[in-house]
Each structure stands twice: as C-alpha cells, then as structure tokens.
Design a protein around this ligand. Structure first.
Ligand SMILES: [Zn+2]
Length: 83
C-alpha cells in the first residue's frame, strides 16, 4: 500500500528542503530554485495522487491486474506524470 503522508509531514519535508544547503537563492541561480520548487510541487502532486488512488476502484483493479501495488489507473497515471 502507498504510504499516506500527513499534512504535518509534508510541511516538515518542505522545511527540511528549505534548510538544505544549495536552497539559498543568493548562492544559486533563480532557474535552479524554480526547478527545485517544481520538483517539490511534483512530489506533493504524486503524494496526492497516491492518496487518491488508495480509494480509487480503477487503481485497485490496475494493481490486481499488474500484480503491482504501485500501479495506477489511466487517470491517476496521467495525474502522477503531471498531465
Ligand atoms: Zn485511479
């Protein structure tokens, strides 16, 4: 089963990311910050997708068929990929 991150663990992760060396905008180009923010967005998006997929019948079917607990239905797969 995919893990369900709590709201506070997401906030903690975001805080940790901000404290990482290299996050400081004065040391890095702003493009780099942008791409970091985008990957953080993508991470949160994936967590949302897996949270939804846990209660999605089509996802459960896809997981049974693929024998893969991380399989997603077409809708959630597209969501996970950022479409
Ligand atoms: Zn689904």
């Amino acid at each position: 089963m995919p893990k369900k991150p709590s709201q506070s663990s997401i906030k903690k992760q975001a805080a940790k990311l901000r404290n990482r060396p290299g996050w400081d905008p004065q040391q890095r180009g702003s493009d780099d910050i942008q791409s970091k923010l985008q990957s953080l967005d993508q991470e949160l998006q994936n967590e949302r997708t897996y949270e939804e997929s846990a209660s999605c019948e089509a996802c459960q079917r896809a997981q049974d068929e693929a024998q893969d607990p991380s399989a997603l239905c077409e809708h959630h797969l597209q969501q996970a990929l950022g479409f």
